[in-house]
Design a protein around this ligand. Structure first.
Ligand SMILES: [Zn+2]
Length: 223
């Protein structure tokens, strides 16, 4: 049995891949279909719909991380690990790649996204205001960076998530995120697939949760 093999393994990377196995892989996922949930409602523009959903995803993943962040410290997570042997590097304003402890990296992601959703020029809240031309590219970057946060939680903190009995919540949130990203072309599937060993630059690196994505596709969970 794959499941007990994973549990019995001494390899911490394998231990952390419990999320790929039953009962965790499909714990408490919404029964029904994500296709309906993510579908563009009538009389709502695509940009508005994307903005609303991004705001919700951000709020949810931010508070989810808030629950586990006492377990994610510069001591426990010295780098932004997103899969076995894979890290994300932060790219600063000078295009310099930095290997940051995960909590620091995640803090930068969250602050950056917070600034974006608070910016009336990018996320207009008043009706009749247009979305800027760079809205799609900004959103794609948000999507990629939040994906790193999901990946880190699955890869490095799934034991804690199980301990808190929050795997159903995390799975639902992440599956919704994937289904939405797929529907609106925000998800670059190459970001989900493995391939590049050890470190990779933020925004270009593959993450190991690609296996989870494939598994859910197989189980038709994202349909
Ligand atoms: Zn961590």
């Amino acid at each position: 049995m794959q499941h007990s093999q994973a549990v019995g393994s001494q390899d911490p990377a394998k231990m952390n891949r419990l999320y790929l196995y039953r009962p965790f892989v499909n714990a408490a996922l919404v029964n029904g279909n994500f296709k309906t949930i993510v579908m563009l409602p009538k009389f709502v523009s695509v940009n508005e719909w994307v903005a609303i959903n991004i705001f919700d995803f951000f709020t949810n993943i931010n508070s989810f991380y808030g629950v586990i962040n006492e377990f994610c410290t510069s001591q426990t997570c010295t780098s932004m690990s997103v899969g076995p042997g894979r890290d994300c590097l932060w790219i600063d304003q000078n295009r310099k790649q930095l290997r940051l402890p995960a909590p620091h990296y995640i803090d930068l992601v969250m602050s950056w996204v917070q600034g974006l959703v608070d910016d009336e020029a990018i996320f207009p809240t008043k009706s009749g205001r247009d979305f800027p031309q760079n809205f799609p590219s900004q959103i794609k970057l948000v999507y990629r960076l939040l994906l790193h946060v999901f990946a880190h939680i699955y890869h490095a903190h799934f034991q804690i998530v199980l301990h808190l009995k929050s795997e159903g919540h995390l799975n639902s949130l992440f599956a919704h995120y994937l289904a939405f990203g797929r529907e609106f072309g925000l998800l670059d599937t190459k970001d989900l697939k493995g391939g590049v060993p050890s470190s990779s630059a933020a925004g270009t690196g593959p993450v190991a949760i690609g296996d989870l994505y494939e598994k859910w596709k197989e189980l038709e969970i994202l349909e």
